[in-house]
Ligand binder design. Sequence first.
Ligand SMILES: NC(=O)c1ccc[n+]([C@@H]2O[C@H](COP(=O)([O-])OP(=O)(O)OC[C@H]3O[C@@H](n4cnc5c(N)ncnc54)[C@H](OP(=O)(O)O)[C@@H]3O)[C@@H](O)[C@H]2O)c1
Length: 350
Amino acid sequence: MAEVETQWMANPNRYDDETYNRCGKSGLILPKITLGLWQNFGGVDVYETQRAMIRRAFDRGVFHFDLANNYGPPPGSAEENFGKVLAQDLKRHRDELVISTKAGYRMWPGPFGEWGSRKYLISSLDQSLQRMGLDYVDIFYSHRVDPNTPLAETMGALDQIVRSGKALYVGISSYSPEMTRQAHAILKDLGTPCVIHQPSYSMVNRWVEEGLLDTLSELGMGCIAFSPLAQGLLTNKYLNGVPEESRAALEGSFQPGMLTEENLNRVRALNEIAKRRGQTLAQMAIAWVLRRPEVTSALIGARHVQQLDNSLDALNNLEFSAEELAEIDKYAGDAGVNLWQQSSDSQAPV
Ligand SMILES: NC(=O)c1ccc[n+]([C@@H]2O[C@H](COP(=O)([O-])OP(=O)(O)OC[C@H]3O[C@@H](n4cnc5c(N)ncnc54)[C@H](OP(=O)(O)O)[C@@H]3O)[C@@H](O)[C@H]2O)c1
């Protein structure tokens, strides 16, 4: 007889610590830490490891999962895998979950397979819903500005998506402060609020401090900061060389220029500050982005449950003294602005 899998039971105390924030001035609430499925959740990765991470995250109060049409590899497979975990373990918790996806990067051949046309965004979301087995997502993003499509068309598509019930909220990712203002204004006129921005932000990548965070605060928008660990650089994993099981060991998203001796010296100094705070460097890096009141959630990635657990323990110490912040500035400074400002998840290894 085939073995019958017993139904997984989620931790009943998962909301006890109330570790969540309001997203700008909207009704949307997000956990302080969100799990992203860009890397390590593809068809090439081990499904049971992915499933264990998603369950563990949910058990620890992480009710937001961030995806995009192209996450994999192969593109689309992260959504398929997430849909499988949803069907197996999380279906009955659907109304507790905030699931986001995006479109903007290359997903299929031809002129309608990327960017920001109405045709691309709407058909891409239809495909994403099918891959995940969902009727709607909670947040749908325009993943990047399309310089050749009128912004009014891209925002019009987001408005249409909300009206059609396929997304509850919409947002934008990696838009400049000026484009954010324009996008927000167009959506406001259409009657659909632009509730969230998803930019990159970390101790070594501070472009959002030059206008974007002020803009979001003024517009009442939330902010979910991606790659707070600078893809793993702001952890202790590269201090003694490049481990085989690491992003830097693979071709693709991790830019080789990140692991210079100069950057590693910065990381060593930051690691000492973290130790004095009784944290790992990963924990300090996550706490550091959350110190800003404009940041609703820190959007992290993880390779396995141990990493995830380590990162989620960042919530045990979110306070920084002025001296600690000054010391972090001294070592991290603007080290990586040029390296990561343009960070995009189009470069996932295929
Ligand atoms: N909107 C956009 O354009 C965009 C772009 C990029 C990302 N994102 C979103 O942001 C999410 C997070 O991005 P990310 O994965 O680059 O974030 P990240 O949190 O900066 O980096 C995650 C990586 O850091 C390492 N790591 C994580 N926790 C660790 C720990 N406790 N100790 C040691 N190492 C640890 C792992 O690297 P190894 O795998 O090497 O072990 C892990 O894969 C994505 O999944 C996606 O949802 C959005």
